[in-house]
Ligand binder design. Structure first.
Ligand code: NAD
Length: 418
């Protein structure tokens, strides 16, 4: 690999290679796990509001389904590439395995800028995506969900299109649905809640008191905004800095979730709030804080800024925020990293609970969901931490060891690869 390779799929493969070496995986098993089992590339014609037709490019990758149906979100993003989708599908495979839920890994995407589309165009795109993929997905083989720039409304349109094609009610075909269509209580906050539980467990192992400790959160979307809320509500952390794609804001006295939301609604961005200081996104990452939560996009902690990171815990709620070069530097500096596919597993764990509730037609309240989530996340964290201690490896390698071992075992038991 070149020095600072930012191709997410090559990064994902590089991370797997390290795990394969530790586990002494047989060459055929290693080769099998290095690439997706199946992928779909398709064109989606969409009638635009002005009467013209635009062709969008869509993908769905079913990376591995040895442990259960492929599971993973659909992203609508202008910079989407097949390699991003492959990487995210690989990480979903490791995530469902590390969380020990009976699902595999998948991911989907469309190259588009949802901000340039009207609601009706967005609906036609969502339905168009589903028409292309309906025959290849389903509750027993591949279950999509929302991801970057997709949301419960888009899932509702996709579900409706799927059910219209199949002529049956099948809410478990897609998760992250609105509550009235069979969504789960607690799903919207689940990814952040899972990360908060992981931070709590990490602090316990480090003997760190989180009450009043400081925290910075990069990204203020679905995950980042709930991370800000729950970091203070559940852990007693003081969130001193928050950012979005337009910039970052800092207050040494701490930022309040309700104030941030009020300001965001008015200004369309988190920066510029009264009584706070504007800083750059780059400044946010290197602040003197106890906990840093990247909750935006990939490749934010790199070989260039990693040596300036001062946080004791980096909780990766985003997927792929840390490059391998940065990983080496952070580990050498004693930073405790909670790796992405462990830290952000809360979303897929509650998605799995959503599928369970859909199949039983029996719905839990938020308290029940959070209690089950806490149990699953705590067990996943403990398993990875135990592996890291036993093998003398960092948490990311340990998470890979746990996950890859479980997937390889399922592949072997099925007789796919000896
Ligand atoms: P989102 O689209 O709701 O929010 C993304 C946020 O990041 C926005 O506030 C955006 O302004 C900000 N952002 C974009 N570029 C930035 C930059 N360069 N610097 C700072 N901020 C920037 O997305 P989300 O659902 O909150 O997902 C965030 C991350 O978490 C992604 O990596 C996603 O893959 C991961 N994730 C999401 C879920 C989920 O349940 N939504 C689950 C697991 C992982």
């Amino acid at each position: 690999m070149t020095k600072e390779n930012l191709n997410p799929f090559e990064i994902a493969q590089h991370q797997l290679d390290e795990a394969a070496e530790h586990l002494q995986l047989a060459p055929a098993m290693h080769a099998f796990l290095r690439d997706p089992m199946r992928e779909f590339h398709f064109s989606i014609p969409v009638r635009m509001d002005d009467g013209s037709t635009r062709i969008f490019k869509g993908f769905r990758v079913q990376y591995n389904d040895a442990r259960g149906p492929a599971k993973g979100g659909i992203r609508f993003h202008p910079d989407e590439t097949i390699d991003t989708v492959r990487a995210l599908a690989a990480w979903m495979t490791w995530k469902t395995a590390v969380a020990d839920i009976p699902l595999g890994g998948g991911k989907g995407g469309v190259i588009c800028n949802p901000r340039e589309l009207s609601q009706t165009e967005l609906e036609r795109l969502a339905r168009g995506y589903m028409r292309r993929i309906a025959r290849f997905i389903g509750g027993t083989h591949d279950v999509p969900a929302p991801d970057v720039y997709t949301n419960p409304q888009i899932m509702a349109w996709m579900l409706d299109e799927y059910e219209a094609i199949k002529g049956t009610h099948e809410p478990g075909v897609i998760t992250g649905k609105p509550l009235p269509l069979g969504g789960s209580a607690g799903r919207t906050a689940a990814t952040a809640m899972g990360g908060i539980i992981a931070i709590r467990e990490a602090a316990k192992t480090l003997g760190m008191d989180l009450q009043g400790a400081t925290c910075a959160v990069q990204g203020y979307g679905n995950v980042g905004s709930y991370a800000v809320k729950l970091a203070s509500e559940v852990l007693g952390l003081k969130v001193v800095a928050v950012s979005d794609e337009f910039g970052a804001t800092y207050s040494k006295d701490g930022l309040q979730y309700d104030d941030l939301n009020r300001h965001l609604r008015r200004a369309g961005q988190v920066a510029g709030m009264d009584g706070t200081e504007n800083i750059t996104n780059a400044d946010l990452l290197t602040l003197e804080v106890d906990v840093l939560i990247p909750a935006a996009i990939e490749n934010q902690l790199t070989g260039r800024n990693a040596s300036d990171i001062k946080a004791k815990i980096v909780a990766e709620l985003a997927n792929g925020p840390t490059t391998p070069d940065a990983d080496d530097i952070l580990n050498a500096n004693g930073v405790f990293i909670i790796p992405d596919f462990l830290c952000n597993a809360g979303g897929v764990i509650v998605s799995y609970f959503e599928m369970v509730q859909n199949s039983y037609q029996l719905y839990w309240d938020e308290e029940d969901v959070n209690r089950q989530l806490d149990r699953k996340m705590s067990q996943a964290f403990a398993g990875v931490y135990k592996m890291s201690q036993a093998q003398g490896v960092d948490m990311r390698v340990a998470a890979y060891l746990v996950a890859v071992q479980r997937v390889a075992e399922a592949v072997q038991l099925r007789g796919w690869v000896a």
